[in-house]
Unconditional design. Sequence first.
Length: 254
Amino acid sequence: MRPAHVTPVLLVVHGSRDPRAARATRALVRAVAAARPGVDVRASYLDHTLPRPGQVLSALEAAGHERVTLVPLLLTAAYHGRVDVPDAVRAARAAGLRVPVAVADVLGPPGAGPVDDLLLAGLRRRLAAAGSGFDAVVLAAAGTRDAGARQTVERAADALGASLGLPARVAYASASAPTGAEAVAELRAAGAERIGVAAYFLAPGLLYDTVIRSALDAGAVAAAQPLEGAAELARLVLARADAATLPAITATAA
């Protein structure tokens, strides 16, 4: 049994109807638990899949835990990170939750902060597993209308390209340009011949399939799998958990 005084880690995922996404989340839960034995690591979902964050928070409180650390499994601080995650904690507190909840930063670069080396290492390893000899790279992402969130993805692409010594471009599955095909065409026009596609995704799904197919159809030679249960991602989750502080939304309800 895990002692109640050891702070558990609750991963909060957007959720998906695609069963591959839930399997990827379970793989990451196992990887995080293996990286820190003795810590209770659980997953919850904002949509599509159960359990919801409030349900798991209540269960952890009932188990006697004195604090919970919540880590959003998100690569940008777009709407889900800025609104949905805090709202989930507020809703749980309004329903009677009293245990303090520390909310960590998202896994991608927070605000103007740097791209974490662990995230870059995971992206590079997944790309290397897909192929080698690339002369340019596309960082394929889901897409968002949030300009600030897109800037963080672009910084991630720049950092990945710099770490590989290759030109890099972003591509999106939806909501914003360029598409995978457009990013590949731009790199090919600049002289690239062997373009690899890195996946700025935590799990497979429709958006991953869309942007990867677009890039490959346009001439990219290989595409990486999502990060899923990568050891680097598990370590990044724990680093975010360790740095989490108690925000104002954890104030005890009257």
